[in-house]
Design a protein around this ligand. Structure first.
Ligand SMILES: Cc1cn([C@H]2C[C@H](O)[C@@H](COP(=O)(O)OP(=O)(O)O[C@H]3O[C@H](CO)[C@@H](O)[C@H](O)[C@H]3O)O2)c(=O)[nH]c1=O
Length: 338
């Protein structure tokens, strides 16, 4: 029996990972740390009852994390905690650097002080900047970091701090950089749940003006399996990309959602682009497949259908969340240079 600390455990990917881990290792103790910002919901862990030790707190609270690690003799730490929404970062960048860079550093410091067997950090394809829509290029694990937005830069900063703790203090870290996730329980600010919940409410879908911009999509459960694989088989100090190679443009996503719900495509509405709207990301994920044997299993078409259906069937989950996001209706007027 071992103990694992999962941060950001009440959020979308974190809560799926806690459930995934307990399914795979039912005798383990999961310590779930979450600050419960607007995007986290305790209801995401509700069904797990006392199989999870939940603690509300900040990853940057070194004393708290040290206490938890010591008390539960924690061997593994997985850091999902982050401010993750690009739109909010445009309007409130400081919040992202505090949470993602300084928060991660505090967490690492506690891990260094107590000592852990493995620190795994969840990162993103966005640290590499963007690709032209017609580019043949893909991001590899050795591509240079070229973040273009405050969110990207805060995640890039966090990755550098994680690596510094490995190089300087020998902390056994691994990092995964993942493509865009989708699935149930995603906060309705991200594009797929946003479009779906808007459509279900009979409202318009706000498609940014650069509607041909594309993302690479992965089901959250495939991501969770990849994190487990890297945690158990990855080499300390190494980075692994997690993606599917499946791309869809914003416009195509809106159509998929509307078609699945049997609603007219005329519900799409063009709205101003988010400043710094990255055109495209695509990861070369051959390393994790080749070296660690992970493969994504959930086909995009089936995954999207099931996800849209989940939102249609779980109005009581998302309705109370509408209006909780600090971002108001794609109004970027506050984001000009001052
Ligand atoms: C919120 C919103 C988004 N979009 C577009 C912008 C993007 O091209 C696409 C996806 O936007 P978002 O859902 O905000 O996600 P994106 O900026 O790609 O970032 C996501 O994916 C990243 C991984 O690529 C993660 O690191 C981030 O935490 C996650 O938020 O949809 C719209 O057209 N309208 C919208 O209202």
């Amino acid at each position: 029996m071992t103990s694992i600390l999962v941060t950001g455990a009440a959020g979308f990917i974190g809560s799926h990972f806690v459930r995934h881990w307990l399914r795979r290792y039912p005798d383990d103790t999961v310590v779930a740390l979450d600050a419960l910002t607007y995007a986290g919901s305790l209801s995401n862990l509700e069904d797990l009852g006392d199989r999870v030790i939940f603690v509300q707190g900040d990853i940057g609270d070194e004393a708290l994390v040290r206490k938890l690690l010591a008390e539960h003799r924690t061997e593994k730490v997985v850091n999902f905690a982050a401010e993750s929404h690009n739109s909010l970062a445009v309007l409130d960048p400081g919040r992202f650097f505090r949470a993602n860079v300084l928060g991660t550093q505090g967490l690492l410091e506690a891990c260094r002080a107590v000592g852990v067997e493995r620190f795994h950090h969840i990162s993103t394809c966005e640290v590499y900047g963007d690709l032209a829509l017609d580019s043949d290029e893909v991001f590899t694990e050795t591509s240079p970091y070229r973040p273009r937005t405050p969110y990207n830069a805060s995640k890039a900063g966090a990755d550098h701090v994680v690596r510094a703790y490995h190089e300087t203090y020998g902390l056994p870290v691994t990092i995964t950089n993942c493509a865009n996730n989708y699935g149930s329980h995603q906060f309705p600010e991200k594009v797929i749940p946003l479009f779906t919940t808007r459509a279900l409410d009979g409202r318009r879908l706000p498609v940014y003006a650069s509607s041909g911009n594309r993302r690479e999509w992965i089901h959250v459960l495939d991501h969770c399996a990849a994190v487990e694989t890297v945690l158990l088989k990855g080499t300390p100090g190494e980075i692994y990309h997690v993606g599917t190679g499946v791309e869809a443009s914003v416009d195509e996503l809106a159509d998929l959602v509307l078609d699945e719900l049997g609603l007219p495509r005329s519900l799409k509405e063009t709205v101003p682009d988010r400043p710094g709207h990255d055109r495209r990301y695509l990861l070369d994920s051959s390393r994790i497949r080749r070296e660690l044997g992970w493969e994504p299993r959930i086909p995009f078409a089936a995954g999207i259908r099931e996800t849209v259906r989940w939102y249609a069937d779980h109005r009581s989950w998302w309705l109370p969340l509408i209006g909780r996001s600090p971002v108001v209706e794609n109004d970027w007027s506050a984001a000009g240079s001052r």
